[in-house]
Write a protein that binds this ligand. Structure first.
Ligand code: HEM
Length: 415
């Protein structure tokens, strides 16, 4: 089969393709256009996420196409040590342990440590948008992308003035790995990635020189390592920062855009968000299930294996189709119906499953909840602009809205 993720139906309405795959007699297919084994059923995707001995992560961040030699020459100069998402054990267990010790990831600790940052940044951005009432605003650059980016730079202790270039580097990394850029673009994006990596190394060097006394993530990680490379090397601290700056914003930006698109597509639903904030977590879970911000994720077979009756050779790269798994009727009743009151929506795989389960899930949920409620309270008359249609960037992993144009009647209250 051919998946053709960068154009046509998969790009505009992936659920059609997910349904076809789920209805096929086998749940695993080889996509000739990508050279990837596509795993679509909930049971199989969950098993692949859970079994890190059989499904490795070392190639998770390796491009899905053959890079041109010039771009490859630039990428070869990237000496980023693998940590967390791109690492297998024992490196994975060690670096994940360091991250768990230094980055708040449980609900109460996230609310305690990062809640004030999120609240402050949401207030600032909502006020900025409220000031623009009467005109058309694109919520993608002005809210859904900016909010998680500002939150993650605050957590990492990165100066706000660097936000535009971090945004451009992170966008570039996602296009370079999971997109389909032309050769000249590959070289430009690869160069950006190298600059991004040097930036993270310089950040760590600066914090080290200052004595790593601050409350920011980099200083915490440096204190955690306490000069011991067996705990974490300085390069691994830079690698964690490099990964968090991307993982911490592109994903949550996607979640926010999917939430707002869904919530604003029916004025009554938008009204209910402000009227009943206690129902928002269930709404969020259903958005996560129905349209995940990451709808495909890569693994590599570490040995010959059989899944769903299909043999995958050692070294075969696998695409775990999270979007399809979340619509599997074997896991969810009436899966193609968006139902915010769905019980058990938490069985979705949008944050992965098992040993690599997303460390930022609680932060993403907190950000989305606060952002939605505050925006709905401040701007009850916010509406999608006339003729709005969801259009996504062509990408195998990240399903990101290109725009989210909204208008707001002048009579709306201010924050
Ligand atoms: C809606 C938002 C998010 C989504 C959909 C998402 C999705 C995912 C997924 C699917 C994985 C599993 C990767 C794997 O199994 O290889 C993952 C891992 C990870 N996520 Fe998230 N993520 C989100 C938000 C965040 C945030 C806010 C952060 C941090 C600030 C973050 C940091 C990470 C890290 C460090 C890992 C690697 C964990 C490991 O390999 O042990 N994510 N995320």
């Amino acid at each position: 089969m051919q998946l053709r993720p960068f154009a046509g139906t998969y790009l505009t309405d992936p659920a059609v393709v997910w349904r076809e795959l789920l209805n096929a007699p086998k749940g695993v297919h080889f996509a000739d256009d990508l050279g990837l084994w596509v795993i679509s059923r909930h049971e199989h995707v969950r098993r692949a996420f859970a079994d890190a001995e059989a499904f490795g992560s070392a190639l998770t961040l390796a491009p899905v196409y053959e890079m041109c030699p010039e771009a490859l020459a630039v990428v070869m100069r990237l000496d980023v040590p693998p940590t967390t998402a791109a690492a297998d054990s024992p490196v994975h267990a060690r670096t994940r342990g360091a991250l768990r010790a230094t980055f708040a990831h449980t609900g109460p600790r996230v609310a305690d440590r990062y809640g004030p940052i999120v609240g402050r940044r949401v207030t600032e951005l909502v006020a900025r948008i409220a000031d623009r009432r009467g005109g058309v605003v694109d919520l993608v650059p002005e809210f859904t992308v900016l909010l998680p980016l500002l939150v993650v730079v605050d957590i990492l202790g990165v100066p706000e003035r660097d936000v535009p270039r971090i945004r451009s580097w992170a966008d570039g990394q996602i296009a370079l790995i999971w997109g389909q850029p032309e050769p000249a673009e590959q070289v430009r994006l690869a160069q950006g990635l190298l600059d991004f990596w040097h930036y993270c190394q310089a950040l760590v060097a600066r914090r080290t020189a200052e004595g790593a006394t601050g409350d920011d993530f980099v200083s915490r990680a440096l204190r955690h390592r306490d000069g011991d490379d067996a705990v974490l090397t300085p390069a691994e601290v830079a690698s964690l920062a490099f990964n968090l700056l991307v993982a911490g914003h592109e994903t949550t930006a996607g979640l926010l855009a999917h939430c707002l698109d869904r919530a604003l597509s029916e004025p009554a639903r938008w009204g209910r968000i402000a009227a009943d904030p206690a129902a928002v977590p269930a709404f969020l879970e259903e958005v996560l299930r129905f349209g995940p911000a990451i709808d495909g994720w890569l693994r590599v077979a570490l040995r010959p294996l059989t899944i769903g009756g299909v043999d995958i050779p050692a070294g075969g790269r696998c695409l775990l189709l999270i979007g399809a798994a979340n619509r599997d009727p074997a896991a969810f009743a009436d899966p193609d119906r968006f139902d915010p009151a769905r019980m058990g929506g938490r069985g979705h795989l949008s944050f992965g499953y098992g040993p690599h389960f997303c460390i930022g899930a609680a932060l993403a949920r907190l950000e989305a909840r606060i952002a939605l409620v505050r925006l709905a309270e401040a701007m009850p008359e916010l509406r999608l602009a006339r003729g709005h249609q969801s259009r996504f960037k062509p990408n195998l992993a990240f399903r990101a809205h290109r725009t989210l144009l909204v208008t707001q009647a002048r009579s709306s209250q201010r924050t």
